[in-house]
Ligand binder design. Structure first.
Ligand SMILES: Nc1ncnc2c1ncn2[C@@H]1O[C@H](COP(=O)(O)OP(=O)(O)OP(=O)(O)O)[C@@H](O)[C@H]1O
Ligand SMILES: [Mg+2]
Length: 371
């Protein structure tokens, strides 16, 4: 069973539809996109974003865990506002709802692989296995040029396997929200896999994806399109806002506005603002660099590009210091480039790209299910 078949457990009950939705419920905003297939291409139909704060009477930009009835209300609102016309969808789950590990399993016949993976995974999963949904996929061997002798040697070494466990509680909660909105997800997948699909080009390169969200920052290292490392830092863009509010004695909404308006480009009049933002970002860059350097050292691989996703990277001046921090190429994710979009809105899509990576990735997978 491959990573992208998490859906097989839920099944696809729906008849042929041409339009599909990708849904990303973040800690501070919901993002949705609707796409359809036309002449073999994925065409953008509509998209939208909605801040969740107001549903719990807190500021826009802050992370919040809403009760399911409030979440249902919010999802219904964004569907209405974006004028979506389908209920067929794929839904991303937050990385924080899952546990991702890499295990090495001894060489066994294919039939026994599932059993052996479960035994290995049990060592890393701190809850009983009957409380989680377990999925896994074998990481393909890198060296395809081995001779027969060598390949038998690799066989003996066993397989590296990526294991994903999602707690049933999270899934039940998402199912409640989806069915409360009459939405029909044919799959749930961890946001990482949606993001990878939406932002990676095909190729052999090793890249790092940073998702700078409101509550947390996610770091993924992807090699040949396959996830090799996932790391979560419990600090996000809302922490900049909260630090600004405190240090400058302004309300959280004011701090949020200043963060978005000036970012790191406020100039000399906003020296303190710049400093506070910088201190908060330093922590994240430090962690991200450690992850990157560790990986490079351990695997003797060069990470040739860092791809920026998540609303937090829209901060003015973010790429400048990212480029200084990472001694490698740094680019904004451009997931809209995987879709056919109206040319006159190109700038808007370039700007919104980092935020919509997860939603677009989920929609692309759902679209792929249509024959
Ligand atoms: N123009 C901007 N400048 C600076 N920060 C911004 C800008 N636009 C959005 N943000 C910040 O980005 C964050 C939201 O990003 P995103 O929508 O990716 O988060 P999320 O998916 O809700 O969070 P998470 O992934 O942590 O659950 C907010 O904290 C917001 O303040
Ligand atoms: Mg997010």
């Amino acid at each position: 069973m491959s990573m992208f078949q998490l859906s097989s457990l839920f099944g696809s009950f729906f008849k042929k539809e041409t339009s599909v939705l990708g849904i990303d419920i973040g800690s501070s905003t919901i993002k949705i996109v609707q796409i359809k297939k036309k002449r073999g291409r994925a065409v953008l139909e509509t998209y939208g974003e909605l801040a969740l704060g107001p549903y719990a009477s807190i500021e826009v930009g802050r992370a919040i865990s809403l009760q399911s009835d409030k979440m249902i209300e919010a999802v219904k609102d964004i569907l209405r506002e974006a004028k979506t016309t389908t209920l067929a969808c794929g839904t991303a789950l937050p990385l924080s709802s899952s546990l991702i590990t890499f295990v090495t399993v001894p060489p066994v016949p294919d039939k026994q692989l599932g059993e052996v993976v479960a035994i290995e995974a049990r060592k890393y999963i701190p809850v009983p296995l009957n409380e989680v949904l377990l999925d896994w996929s074998i990481i393909p061997k890198e060296d395809v040029y081995v001779t027969d002798d060598d390949s038998s040697k690799t066989e003996k070494m066993g397989n590296d396997v990526l294991v994903v466990a999602i707690h049933n509680e999270y899934l039940n909660n998402y199912q409640t929200i989806m069915s409360g909105c009459s939405l029909n997800p044919s799959f749930y997948e961890i946001e990482i896999f949606s993001a990878i699909r939406a932002v990676m080009d095909q190729g052999l390169a090793t890249n790092m994806i940073i998702d700078f969200g409101a509550r947390s920052t996610k770091l993924y290292i992807v090699e040949r399109g396959i996830l090799r490392t996932a790391h979560i830092i419990n600090k996000g863009s809302q922490d900049i806002t909260l630090a600004l509010s405190k240090a400058l004695s302004v309300s959280v909404s004011e701090a949020e506005s200043m963060k978005r308006l000036y970012g790191l480009k406020g100039g000399p009049e906003y020296k303190e603002l710049t400093e506070i933002i910088t201190v908060n970002l330093d922590y994240i860059f430090y962690e991200a660099n450690a992850t990157l350097l560790n990986y490079q050292k351990k695997h003797s691989k060069n990470i040739s590009k860092v791809v920026l996703t998540g609303g937090g990277v829209l901060l003015k001046g973010f790429t400048d210091i990212a480029k200084i921090s990472f001694q490698t190429d740094v680019v904004y994710a451009d997931p809209f480039s995987k879709l056919e979009t109206p040319a006159f809105l190109a700038e808007e899509f370039a700007q919104a790209g980092p935020e919509f990576a997860v939603a677009i990735g989920a929609a692309l997978r759902r679209l792929g299910e249509i024959q």
